[in-house]
Design a protein around this ligand. Structure first.
Ligand code: Z5A
Length: 210
């Protein structure tokens, strides 16, 4: 049986890294094998693209260039990591996937959605997550949290209205595909966010077992 792809999405300061650390600890403790990876990145080529695209030095990157770089990293990740793992029956937890391109490059930068859909077909060959956990948080709250971290990357240096459009796009996608998305209130304490994420993953595992 094919494995399952679970993705994590959210705006700035939503707490993805914190949740991921909790999930990793939980599954390691339970002896459950999961493959963890991230976007942009997850392969040597993808990590090189990540360093390039997030570098605050590259202020002049066009929206289309940014989009193509995200999908270049994704095409490599799908072929080198995701497909082989899923075909081998493994479960994969991926920190961001194609929804991020719709939210950031589509919603944030205003790139035409039809263009993004074309690239999605090319880069992923139609691979969709089985479950997407969307950590949702008002922009001001998320930015206040992220601000405490310092060292903003190139995209984090965008203005509030950019992140409002990112959030609205994520929420609209979740509303359009309620069977795939679980929206989690990222304003809850970390342990409650972890509980909600585990409940959604358990539900998917339960469906497989049935
Ligand atoms: N990007 C794109 O544009 N297009 C694409 O197609 C893809 C990506 C795939 C890198 O993403 C950038 O790439 C991202 C989108 C773009 N740019 N931006 N912005 P990333 O996922 O690697 O980076 P990130 O967005 O900064 O995620 P992160 O590192 O996981 O950060 P976070 O969500 O802010 O998580 P955190 O570090 O766990 O939390 C931030 C702070 O809040 C920290 O001090 C925590 O202790 C605190 N925190 C966390 N959870 C809680 C709760 N529940 N309560 C209170 N405080 C909390």
């Amino acid at each position: 049986m094919s494995g399952r792809l679970v993705t994590l999405e959210g705006g700035e300061g939503a707490g993805k890294s914190t949740l991921l650390a909790g999930l990793r600890e939980h599954f390691a403790h339970a002896g459950i094998d999961l493959l963890y990876t991230r976007e942009p990145g997850g392969t040597p080529v993808g990590e090189a693209i990540r360093a390039l695209v997030l570098d605050p030095m590259h202020r002049g990157i066009a929206a289309e260039t940014e989009l193509l770089l995200m999908f270049a990293a994704r095409a490599q990740l799908v072929r080198e990591v995701l497909r082989p793992a899923l075909d081998a029956g493994r479960w994969v937890l991926c920190d961001r996937f194609t929804d991020a391109s719709y939210a950031y490059q589509g919603g944030g930068r205003g790139v035409d959605v039809a263009r993004i859909a074309e690239l999605e077909r090319l880069a992923t060959g139609g691979l969709k997550p089985d479950l997407t956990l969307l950590l949702d948080l008002p922009v001001a709250h998320g930015r206040a949290r992220a601000g405490q971290r310092g060292d903003a990357d190139r995209i984090e240096a965008e203005r509030d209205d950019f992140f409002e459009r990112v959030r609205a796009t994520y929420r609209a996608r979740a509303e359009a595909e309620p069977e795939r998305f679980r929206v989690i209130d990222a304003g809850l304490p970390p342990e409650r966010v972890l509980q909600a994420a585990l409940a959604a993953i358990d539900e998917l595992r339960g469906r497989d077992a049935a």
